[in-house]
Design a protein around this ligand. Structure first.
Ligand code: NAD
Length: 257
């Protein structure tokens, strides 16, 4: 049997971090070498938790860093991965321009797999949507998404990525997201519809409409664990890969378009 992949997990106390720890513990293919929580300081400013020097020691022999610590922890996860020359898998979203630039710079030294959505199904949806849109270049494209009532950004990052992929497959510049549908439809522009309700985890539809027929590609997320499973699949895949910025589609061997 293959040796388990040994992980340093950043954001281990968070919702996604907890899901990663639970799923990894149920799978003999993974071992959590270190679970890193947020650094906490006492009133005098001394660290009382998450001393990163300790993390470096404890993580000796780890194979990859897996990060779901958000913007607050991302820098520490990236620094540790670069310092230890370990691959980084990160699902932290909302990264600043500086954080994205630091990630791109790090990717010249280590393999990095970053995704706003670690669903393998969404990666396939994006691939199929790009293929369909390029085969049907004159059909109108609409992207429809639904999420829970607490989500603050709209359209979702995943909806915007789907739109980018459709535009790229048609050789079109990526238009700004179009939600206001007053007035006539601009030819070629992608329209976005957004629903926020209840506890919907995430639904995305790419609708292509021609004359007298339409094609609808839909993905529905049933639970948050799927993101943790996708990130763990990414961690297994990335060990031994060359430095560079990798995508979830690469894990599935999907061609980039
Ligand atoms: P959360 O707030 O529950 O968890 C984040 C955790 O990171 C918290 O426990 C926080 O204390 C911890 N943290 C902050 N700074 C840290 C540091 N320096 N070191 C270690 N830990 C630190 O949030 P969540 O719902 O688990 O989401 C985490 C991130 O993952 C967010 O950016 C979210 O948008 C993103 N997310 C991505 C996907 C995906 O598929 N890519 C899916 C769901 C969520």
């Amino acid at each position: 049997m293959n040796e388990p992949i040994r992980l340093i997990v950043f954001g281990a106390a968070g919702r996604m971090g907890q899901a990663v720890l639970r799923i990894a513990s149920e799978n003999s293919g993974f071992e959590v070498a270190v679970a890193v929580v947020r650094e906490r300081k006492d009133d005098a400013g001394n660290a009382v938790a998450a001393n990163y020097a300790t993390v470096v020691d404890a993580g000796t022999g780890a194979d990859a860093v897996l990060d779901f610590s958000g913007t607050a922890g991302f820098n520490a996860a990236l620094d540790l991965a670069v310092q230890r020359r370990l691959p980084l898998v990160s699902g932290s979203t909302g990264l600043s321009d500086a954080q994205q630039a630091a990630m791109a710079a790090a990717a010249s030294k280590i393999p990095v797999l970053w995704a706003a959505n670690f669903s393998l199904g969404v990666a396939v949806l994006a691939h199929l949507a790009a293929q369909a849109a390029s085969l049907l270049p004159d059909w109108d494209c609409e992207i429809i998404e639904a999420h829970h009532r607490l989500k603050t950004d709209a359209p979702s990052g995943t909806a915007l990525t789907l739109g980018e992929r459709v535009n790229a497959s048609r050789g079109r510049p990526n238009d700004p997201a179009r939600i206001d549908r007053s007035g006539k439809r601009a030819p070629g522009a992608i329209g976005y519809s957004v629903s926020r309700a209840g506890d919907i985890i995430g639904e995305h539809e790419v609708r292509l409409a021609g004359s007298g027929e339409r094609l609808e590609l839909i993905h529905r997320a049933g639970d948050r664990d799927l993101f943790a499973r996708g990130a763990l699949a990414g961690a297994r895949w990335i060990v031994g890969k060359p430095a560079g910025l990798h995508q979830v589609g690469d894990v599935l061997g999907l061609a980039r378009r």
